[in-house]
Design a protein around this ligand. Sequence first.
Ligand SMILES: [Zn+2]
Length: 63
Amino acid sequence: MASNTQTNENTQELPPHKTVHVSEERVSCNGGGGALGHPLVYYDLDVNGEAHCFYCSAHFIRK
Ligand SMILES: [Zn+2]
């Protein structure tokens, strides 16, 4: 007899992707810190000047 009647809309587990404009070829991301954060990681932008965070899917674009 589970009395766990959660009716919350739980269809999206991941936060919406955010786009971050950067001016350097190396970017860092910690997911914004706090409960939604993740370990600080660094990424090098690819040949297109873009990078995606492996943790939070943030999209980095060189200006
Ligand atoms: Zn991230």
